[in-house]
Each structure stands twice: as C-alpha cells, then as structure tokens.
Design a binder for this molecule. Structure first.
Ligand SMILES: [Zn+2]
Length: 162
C-alpha cells in the first residue's frame, strides 16, 4: 500500500481520500459509473495488474462503495456494482471530469456526458444544458471522443456558458 496515510487527519477530505484517493480506486469508480461491472472488463479498461485490481475491488467492497453480486451460478461468477454509498460519489466524479476537461484536456474532453432523455450535454453542476434537468448517474450516458466542432466553437460548450 501507499506509504502516506491520512488516518490522523480529522478533515473529511482527508478521510475521503483515504477511501477513494488512490489512483486505481478512483478510476475503478469512474468505470463503475460508466457501466463496467465485471473483473475482466475493469482489467481491460484500466490495464492494471490483476492482483492490484483484485485488492482495490476488495477494499471498495469492504468499505461499502461497491457490492459483489453473483450473476451466474455454475460456474460462479461475480460482478461489482456501486452501492448507494458509491452512487453518492456521482457529484465527485462529475466534478473531477469537469475540472479535467477544463484544465487537463488541451485537445478537448475525451469523454462527453449526455442526458439520456434529450441528448443534451451535462455541465459541471450535473444539469442538462438543453432541458435544465438535474441529472443522476442513471440519467446520463458517456460518449467517447471529442465532439466535432467548428473552429470558433469553444472546446467545452457545456461548461462555457456559466
Ligand atoms: Zn436534457
């Protein structure tokens, strides 16, 4: 494990980082929000060593952020689903994505979030830019790749209207 821990910190940010701040852990949570559930899918998506992935998944289950659910009996197969506690990380994930789109994505956003209902862009406050609805994780789908845009259009139209 990491050498640094935040156990003796009383700040809730420090305590949250202790649970989800490790790099692979937050990427596992991101993938879970994008619909990834099975070990091999996480492994393929992240390119992480299997033993590392196993450890991170177990820790997320221990901490009640993911649950391990059997989806097949013979042979037994399990998948990992976000719990309600895990789903409560939705605003955190959208904020990280939005911040990264603005400050760490010079080519433009690699992933776009869309409202399933109307196809509108989701802004950093989880509001659909088209219909104004406040969106939860089940209302949104992710699309890969930077949207085609004209030369004068801003890189992040969903965020530029603040
Ligand atoms: Zn909408």
């Amino acid at each position: 494990m990491l050498g640094n821990t935040y156990d003796n910190q009383t700040c809730s940010i420090a305590r949250t980082l202790e649970l989800i701040g490790e790099r692979w852990t937050i990427l596992i949570i991101r993938d879970a929000f994008l619909g990834v559930r099975r070990f091999d899918e996480f492994q393929r998506s992240l390119g992480v060593a299997r033993n590392v992935l196993q450890g991170r998944l177990e820790r997320l289950v221990e901490n009640g952020i993911l649950e391990r659910v059997r989806y097949q009996e013979r042979p037994e197969r399990f998948e990992y689903r976000l719990t309600e506690k895990g789903l409560d990380l939705w605003p955190v994930v959208v904020s990280l994505l939005s911040w990264g789109d603005r400050h760490a994505a010079p080519e433009g956003p690699p992933v776009l979030l869309e409202h399933r209902g109307c196809g509108g862009r989701v802004n950093d406050r989880r509001i659909c830019e088209t219909c104004g609805a406040l969106l939860g994780p089940r209302d949104v789908k992710a699309r890969l790749g930077v949207a085609p845009r004209g030369p004068h259009e801003p890189v992040q139209p969903a965020l530029a209207s603040r």
